[in-house]
Design a protein around this ligand. Sequence first.
Ligand SMILES: [Zn+2]
Ligand SMILES: [Zn+2]
Length: 789
Amino acid sequence: MQGPILGNVRGIINRMWKSRVVKTLIGIGLIGFALDFFFPVPTNVPYSTLIAARDGSILHAFLSRDDKWRMYAELDEITPTLRDAILFKEDKYFRYHLGFNPVAMLRATFRNLLKGRRTSGASTITMQTVRLLEPRERTYGSKFIELLRAIQLELHYSKDEILQLYLNLIPYGSNIEGLKSASLLYFGKPPVLLSLAEITTLTIIPNRPSSLRLGERNALVVQERNRWLTRFRTANLFNETTITDAIDEPLTVRRRAAPQLAPHLSRRLRASFPGEPVIHATLRPAVQATAERIVQNYANRIRALGVHNAAVLVVDNQTQEVVSYVGSANFNDVYDGGQVDGVRAVRSPGSALKPLLYGLAFDAGFITPKTKLADVPTNFAGYEPDNYDRRFNGPVTAEFALGNSLNLPAVALLHEIGVTPFIATLRRASFSTIKKQAKGLGLSMILGGCGVTLEEMTRLYVGFANNGEVKPLQFRMAVDATLSPKKQTGVPILSPAAAYLVTYTLTQITRPDLPNNFDNSYHLPRIAWKTGTSYGRRDAWSIGYNQRYTIGVWVGNFSGAGVAELSGANTATPLLFQLFNALDDNSSNGWFRNPKGSAALQLSSRLICPETGDIPGEFCPNPVTDYFIMGVSRYRRCQHRKAVFTNAAGTISYCAHCRPDSGSVRRSYPNLAPEVAAFYQSSHVPFERIPPHNPVCERIFGGSEGPLITSLNEGSEYFINPKQPAEMELGCQAANDVQEVYWYLNDKLYRKALPTQTVFFRPRPGRLKISCADDKGRHSDMHVVVKNE
Ligand SMILES: [Zn+2]
Ligand SMILES: [Zn+2]
């Protein structure tokens, strides 16, 4: 049954194949494909790069590669009103034709023959687009190529895309191209906000750009505009009221400068996303404008001091989005390096990394807020840090030490935590310069001996505000919802409990890094903040946060010049306070609460002895409350005093070996660390001493003598090579009940050691007093002189 039907079909195909018409059509088709393949439409137009704010407004515009203001309007910026007006005016049948309009072409050809000259009018929007893409001399040959190009364009692009391309290329005179450029540069607003009168104005200029000059021949422009509005009325294109309003609307137009907000971030985004015509930044335009104004005013005020630059970063803590980015006080200030991006410049952090170290010490269980730390002169294997004001406070609480930015306790904590683990944490928090410097860094890094950027520091503090979790900052609006910052996993660097303790400590306002006279000049915002001042007073930092924002402030000179008056407290903090007061006065977001984590990491409170911060012991009568992290914070009985057996007069102490049967008295004495005892002694602070040990005790050789220093000779001179000073040896002989000895160089504790251990030090020229004390409080001294060879 199927045989005859199949046969018929074959017959038809055979006959068609032999037909010339079909062969010709296939031939044309193949040539068309080949032409299309080898001569694609050149739609790759160099656009101006636009940096948009989160609300779509344009923050910054750059000239295109070929120095044009050719701004890219996105599809949703072409409103129905704009589309209807432009189609009515230029190409009524745009929706229906295939790139050319045969009726209009025939009509135009007829007219041309009749009048003997060429008139326009036959060009569709598609053909005009082709001409804008590839300008050609106006000959019949070019017309034919343009026709083919128009068909090609229609085959590759949708009608909306062709209209978009057309609107983005139409000329407005000078170097302005495209309706969006004209809209922004003449009316100061994006296309979606244009009124019908403004739209009509912008649709008539491209036809006569030389006679209808905007801002110069406005009367003529209004006349022409209203002629078209009247035509729109006749055609019933818009309702009557809209037309009447448009005709009555005055023409307020002037040439404006292209928007130039956020110059540093705009350059950064353009470099990161090359070729993208519109980049949507996360900035809030109002916040950005406010921050730029405040920074510039502030920089003008401190210029007299010799401080010329400042940079500010404002981050939304919930989304990690950068809402303001001020790279320098004045981008256009060539003399002071205004184009340098202070957000990314590598600088010394001063003390601004200390909060992270204290957080890590909370998490390691080493300290709680009221743990006593020794702020006394200490020698860390040859490194003897000083305090900012060159004074020492003796034993202080951890919260006081952080709040007052004391150096010795911070270095001691870093010594305890370890430089390597500290660097590892900073690497996990994406500190890139520290990652590169890692091998060369030592204990001094906690006082600023390392390189950081304002961006890295602000991101770290955003982490403090987010339960100790550091996430990448967002500079560009998420294109894809799955990449939204809320879904990105962060790097936990502190437990929520430790982060809370850091916040709690940095919120206390009884601290010295408030600006001078701040009571009179500033309203104090409710924030947690920390300052930093780098060595040589080159960098002033103040970074603060509340629930809503983290603001990082850096003030200094890009040239690196130090200024005597520069400090985190007096130079950076006033700017930080001003910014918080302007951007988030009376924050409605509330304050940080004690976090609820897994039971093991919960923050709770306990009674401690204020002398040490440890659990009260036998001799601790006045306990106070302190925070602690359950299962983490060290549990240690306080030993701030210890029991000692003495004679009734309290002039001789006994050990278990020599305690007389006839009777003794049990008393308590301060149990001071040797470096603290040494500090009290040198600063003449009186303290109760344990009476000398029973002289007739058989357990001790040598009576009340201290250890015998055996390595050097009393009164001798020692010569060193100043270029490569060799290390010198310290050794001693101590009594057999001695567990530990303490070596002092010029009355500063140098090292704790076993009595049998050899200790090395690197001498410096000058008089040197060497002391060795044992753990029974006896000591001996030796004096030598060190000279250069
Ligand atoms: Zn105690
Ligand atoms: Zn004894």
